[in-house]
Design a protein around this ligand. Structure first.
Ligand code: SF4
Length: 370
C-alpha cells in the first residue's frame, strides 16, 4: 500500500459540470453518508496499523478527498488526522480541496499534521468559472483564488502542495498557464477530462486538440521554467522520467500504479474514482474496512482488475512511456478495458514531441562537451 485516498466527506459545495463523482454514470455517491463516521475512521486506523506492522512500512500517504473534504468541518478533520497519525506516525498527509472553506483553523490544523494542500482551479476567472460553479450557476473563482492567496502567504509555503487544473481545450493554454503560475504553485497537475470510447471526453472530435494544448504549455514550461517558483508539472515530468526508464508519478502515464486504494465514507474499498465514468459501480470492489484488510483488497484487485495492455498498445513504439494511459480512459462498452486510451493519438503526439525536445537538448549538450 502506497497511497490511501480517504473520502472524508462525500458532498460538495460546488456543482462543477465535469465532476466525475456526481455527473458520471456511477451515481453511488447518493447512497454514501455525507461524512465518514468516527467508528469507520477507527476501522480505517486499525487497518493502517495492521498493514504498517505486517509489512514494516516506512511510509504511507493518506489523501483526504471528497466531495469537498473541508465540509467535514474542523473537528472531524482533526479527529481523522489524529487517529491515523496515532495508528502509523510515519503517515504523510495531503488534502485535495476547492479551497473555498480554507480558513485559519484549517491552516493551523494542516501545519500541525503536515498536510500538503492541493487546490483545484482551472486558470483565471473566465477559465475557472466556465465549469467550476455553484449549483445556482454562479462562478467560484473569487472564493477559490482567495483560498489560494492564503496558501501563498510565506508562512504557509510548507503546506502548499499545488494546483489541479482540468483541461478545457477552448481555454487558451498560454493564458491558463500564466494564470496558474501567478498563484506561484510548487506543482501543477494538468488533468485530462475523463471519458472513454463509449462516453468520449468533451471535444474529442477535434483531432489532437489535447496534444496541441498540452504541447503549448510544455514548450512554455520547458523553455522558460519559472525559476522563482520552480513549478513542477507532474504529467510532463512523468513523461520525461519514463523516457529514461524512471518511474512515473501519475497513473495517466507509464501504466497503472498498484498500491492505491480509495475508502468511501461508508468504509467500502474502491478503485480509482475515474472508473465512475465507465459503468454503474465501476470502482466498486465489494470489500470494506469492517470486513477486510488492506492486504485483502490489494490481493482482490490484483485478480479482479489486472493490468493488461491492448494489442495496439503492445505494438506501440511509445508503450514503455505511455503504458496505455489511464485505465478509465481505455474503457468501451463492447470491449471492456482491452483498448488503447481514448486519448491515444494525443498521448502519442505529446510523448513524441517531448521526447524529440529532450533528445535534441541532450545531443546538443553531448556535442558541446565534446
Ligand atoms: S500511445 Fe496509444 S497505442 Fe501507444 S501505448 Fe499509449 S494508448 Fe497505447
Amino acid at each position: 500500500m502506497r497511497q490511501l485516498i480517504l473520502k472524508i466527506h462525500s458532498r460538495c459545495n460546488l456543482s462543477c459540470d465535469y465532476c466525475y463523482v456526481y455527473e458520471s454514470i456511477d451515481q453511488s455517491w447518493r447512497e454514501q453518508p455525507n461524512t465518514m463516521a468516527p467508528a469507520t475512521l477507527d476501522q480505517v486506523a486499525q487497518r493502517i496499523d495492521e498493514h504498517a506492522k505486517s509489512h514494516d512500512l516506512r511510509e504511507l500517504e493518506v489523501v483526504l478527498h471528497g466531495g469537498e473534504p473541508l465540509m467535514a468541518g474542523h473537528a472531524a478533520l482533526a479527529g481523522a488526522l489524529e487517529k491515523m497519525r496515532a495508528a502509523f506516525p510515519a503517515t504523510r498527509f495531503a488534502i485535495q480541496t476547492n479551497g473555498i472553506l480554507l480558513d485559519d483553523r484549517f491552516l493551523a490544523l494542516f501545519h500541525e499534521y503536515g498536510v500538503r494542500v492541493g487546490v483545484s482551479v482551472d486558470g483565471g476567472p473566465a477559465a475557472t468559472d466556465l465549469h467550476r460553479r455553484y449549483a445556482n450557476g454562479r462562478g467560484s473563482y473569487d472564493r477559490i483564488s482567495a483560498g489560494i492567496a492564503r496558501l501563498m502567504e510565506p508562512e504557509h509555503a510548507v503546506i502548499y502542495g499545488g494546483l489541479l487544473c482540468t483541461i478545457d481545450v477552448d481555454n487558451d493554454p498560454g493564458e491558463v498557464f500564466e494564470a496558474l503560475l501567478a498563484f506561484r504553485p510548487p506543482r501543477i497537475d494538468l488533468l485530462l477530462p475523463h471519458g472513454n470510447w463509449t462516453t468520449p471526453p468533451p471535444k474529442r472530435d477535434r483531432p489532437l486538440a489535447y496534444a496541441n494544448w498540452l504541447i503549448r504549455v510544455f514548450d512554455r514550461w520547458y523553455d522558460h521554467r519559472p525559476v522563482e517558483t520552480n513549478t513542477r508539472i507532474r504529467l510532463f515530468e512523468s513523461i520525461i522520467a519514463r523516457l529514461f526508464d524512471r518511474p512515473s508519478a501519475t497513473e495517466t502515464i507509464g501504466g497503472e500504479q498498484p498500491g492505491i486504494v480509495t475508502i468511501e465514507t461508508d468504509g467500502s474499498y474502491e478503485q480509482s474514482d475515474a472508473l465512475k465514468t465507465t459503468t454503474e459501480g465501476g470502482p466498486a470492489t465489494g470489500l470494506a474496512v469492517g470486513g477486510q484488510s488492506l492486504d485483502d483488497v490489494l490481493d482482490h484487485l490484483a485478480v479482479a482488475a489486472p493490468y493488461r495492455l491492448s494489442a495496439k498498445c503492445q505494438a506501440c513504439p511509445v508503450v514503455k512511456v505511455c503504458g496505455g494511459g489511464l485505465r478509465a480512459h481505455r474503457y468501451s462498452a463492447g470491449n471492456g478495458f482491452d483498448n488503447p486510451s481514448v486519448y491515444c493519438d494525443d498521448l502519442l503526439t505529446l510523448i513524441n514531441h517531448i521526447g524529440g525536445r529532450v533528445r535534441a537538448d541532450l545531443e546538443r549538450a553531448v556535442s558541446a562537451r565534446r
